[in-house]
Write a protein that binds this ligand. Structure first.
Ligand SMILES: [Zn+2]
Ligand SMILES: [Zn+2]
Length: 342
């Protein structure tokens, strides 16, 4: 290992101690040894970590823990503090982002055909390995993204999952050039994706239960903003469901024009009610899921977002208030993205 930090000393961290309802305080504040980077890994000192809805699903047990007392957080901005054996690509001090996809096998049929997001052996930051609700974390350097020096960490962090996953969802919903896009739910990912679609010439209709989110949507260039289950003012070529609400799947399918596609962006969705073939699927409407992202998605989105930075609406929280940030996210009190700052 090169560089000074790692292997010695301790750091502040939050762990998912008892997965359960957020009101039962599933996160626990603790002190952990600073981890040592393994072969091919870098040690990253955390500047900021954005709070993703997936962190909430992990804290509440909607996603079952893969190991006990894991540090959540997978939208990390930091600097390389040390490198493990055979990690030579990123010099100490390099500013980097650590995202959700932590590793893939590189050998399976999915990895070989460019859909490493479907790799059965894939691992995830803050689920299979400790994440960024801590002073430091380790990550394989091949899965870490170099980031610009000049942007504030608070504005970069939400790009790493909210931005990248939204970008993949936008690709998956097959929006035609100049098309009409419905965005269901308007949290961190949706507010970045809507801006990308508007910049590409789409007409964006936002459907969300939060009045403040509707205001933000209009300020960011949406053509209309209505309630979660309202019909948009015109039929949609494509739609993305960001809200983890299965009951909105038939609502969004019914809003599609002939040949339209609905992509479900979340990792977790409540049950989808019974669909009616004529009302929801006939006329060649398509329903798709979005599963994580590839590194090509990550690079593609970060290139776009660096060249033309989106307006990133953030709510900063001190590191000590991670549990409050999750609770606020659970109760719809976060406009845009919550970000933990160290
Ligand atoms: Zn694989
Ligand atoms: Zn995420």
């Amino acid at each position: 290992m090169t560089g000074g930090a790692g292997g010695t000393g301790r750091m502040d961290a939050w762990v998912v101690a008892r997965p359960g309802p957020i009101a039962s305080r599933p996160l626990e504040r603790t002190r952990l040894p600073i981890p040592s980077p393994g072969p091919g890994e870098v040690l990253v000192e955390v500047e900021a970590c954005a709070v993703c809805r997936t962190d909430l699903h992990l804290a509440e047990g909607d996603l079952l823990p893969r190991r006990p007392r894991t540090v959540p957080g997978h939208e990390v901005v930091g600097r390389v503090a040390a490198s493990g054996p055979d990690a030579t690509r990123l010099a100490p001090g390099t500013r980097v982002g650590v995202a959700w996809l932590r590793s893939t096998c590189g050998l399976c049929r999915y990895c070989r055909r460019g859909v490493e997001n479907l790799c059965p052996a894939s691992t995830y930051t803050g689920w299979d390995a400790d994440g960024g609700y801590a002073g430091y974390l380790t990550a394989p350097e091949d899965y870490v993204y170099p980031l610009p020096e000049d942007a504030p960490a608070e504005k970069l962090a939400p790009l790493l999952c909210a931005g990248i996953i939204g970008y993949r969802a936008l690709l998956r919903c097959d929006l035609p050039p100049g098309g009409r896009l419905g965005v269901y739910g308007f949290g961190a990912s949706a507010h970045l994706t809507a801006q990308l679609a508007v910049a590409q010439g789409a007409t964006v209709h936002v459907l969300t239960r939060s009045a403040k989110a509707r205001e933000l949507a209009m300020a960011l260039g949406a053509a209309s903003a209505g309630g979660a289950a309202d019909a948009p003012p015109e039929p949609l070529d494509s739609a993305i469901l960001f809200a983890p609400a299965g009951e909105l799947v038939p609502v969004a399918l019914a809003a599609l024009d002939r040949g339209g596609t609905l992509a479900v962006a979340g990792i977790h969705l409540s049950d989808i009610p019974v669909l009616n073939y004529q009302r929801h699927l006939f006329q060649e409407r398509t329903l798709r899921s979005v599963t994580a992202n590839t590194r090509a998605d990550g690079r593609g989105y970060l290139d776009l977002a660096t060249a033309r930075p989106p307006r990133v609406t953030t709510v900063p929280y001190p590191f000590d208030a991670a549990d409050q940030a999750l609770e606020d996210l659970a109760t719809d009190r976060v406009e845009g993205a919550a970000v933990l700052l160290r």
